[in-house]
Design a protein around this ligand. Structure first.
Ligand SMILES: Nc1ncnc2c1ncn2[C@@H]1O[C@H](COP(=O)(O)OP(=O)(O)OP(=O)(O)O)[C@@H](O)[C@H]1O
Length: 321
């Protein structure tokens, strides 16, 4: 098994809300997770399950409330100050959901890409910068002539998302964290963009964490997956576990598998999935909605069970119940 590039060790993130900060939301709850060399890890969950918070923690936009995030064994909180952050972002880059929000609307896209190059490779000539940008743009299926002189609004969402992938690639990262990278692009181009990630993994050896709420697309693009429910990983394993899920929650997701051309509307009934601390009992996080709930599920938090195929947080798979 290859070594992880990124490791989350028991990571939690609590947000304090309200005037006095008395309401606490546990957005991420004791997550252990690896992003391994040369893999695409899919992070699957519905709205509010903590996916974006995990992306932001890895990208150092937030700091964990507890636990550690390691990059090749080094705690990422050691990457501090502008120099430390730059060193980290050389290795770990992000791609976000809305490409229009991640480009300055008043700047030509080529100038934004040139700035990235000037920032990371300050002694490179403009000619070499443009050559590198041209090559990188080709990796995402566009060409320099598509880009010259154009502002963000002159591109389709899919084209601009390709260019935000190109921007991330310019620094030659080892890992890209992509937070719902296809949910705002036209349905017909989603697979094309996911194929770019697969190609980059194969040709450049880049590792990816791709966050999504769509089981079909996540299964398509991922080597391994983690399934999140209310901030906790409930099941993880190779992407095949999504075809034969073990956890009752993943089974529910699999039954409501969406059409590839349609944004998935959850049929599950709970409202946005954060939990106010104290509002939850001591048992399984899914117990109130689980069709197979047993007594023990209300009394005791389930352990993670390694079934050989997957790691699943559910009493159904223990001898004990
Ligand atoms: N900055 C914040 N301040 C307070 N609460 C937050 C903050 N960011 C996220 N949360 C809360 O944490 C929980 C997890 O949110 P998060 O955005 O990580 O979920 P998600 O799975 O990415 O959902 P979505 O797909 O809707 O973005 C939610 O209840 C959300 O309201």
């Amino acid at each position: 098994m290859s070594e992880p590039i990124i490791r989350l060790e028991n990571v939690s993130k609590i947000f304090k809300l309200g005037l006095l900060g008395k309401t606490m939301i546990k957005a991420v709850d004791r997550v252990n997770m690896d992003i391994r060399e040369g893999e695409i890890l899919g992070i699957l969950g519905e709205s509010g399950s903590g996916k974006s918070t995990i992306a932001r923690l890895i990208l150092k936009i937030y700091e964990p409330t507890s636990g550690r995030i390691l990059y090749r064994g080094r705690d990422i909180k050691e990457y501090r100050g502008s120099k430390g952050l730059k060193e980290y972002y050389r290795k770990v880059q992000g791609v976000f959901q809305d490409p229009y929000a991640s480009f300055n609307p008043r700047r030509r896209v080529l100038d934004v890409l040139r700035d990235v190059m000037k920032n990371y490779y300050p002694i490179t000539s403009l000619q070499d910068i443009d050559r590198e940008i041209g090559l990188t743009i080709e990796k995402v299926g566009l060409s320099m002539s598509d880009v010259i002189g154009k502002y963000p609004h002159e591109f389709s969402g899919g084209q601009l998302q390709r260019l935000s992938i190109a921007r991330a690639l310019l620094v030659k990262p080892e890992v890209i964290i992509a937070d719902e990278p296809v949910s705002m692009v036209d349905a017909s181009t989603r697979i094309d963009i996911l194929n770019i990630f697969i190609d980059l993994k194969e040709s450049e050896g880049i590792s990816f964490a791709i966050i999504g709420h769509d089981l079909g697309l996540t299964r398509y693009v991922s080597d391994r997956v983690v399934v999140l429910y209310r901030g906790q990983i409930v099941e993880e394993g190779s992407a095949e576990i999504l075809s034969e899920p073990l956890h009752p929650y993943t089974q529910m997701l699999a039954k409501s598998i969406p059409r590839i051309d349609k944004k998935w509307e959850s049929k599950l009934e709970y409202s946005v999935g954060s939990i106010e601390l104290g509002a939850r009992g001591i048992g399984c996080i899914f117990v109130d909605r689980c069709p197979q709930a047993m007594d023990i599920c209300r009394r005791q938090e389930p352990p993670y069970i390694d079934t050989g195929k997957s790691r699943v947080k559910c009493w159904l798979y223990t001898e004990k119940h």
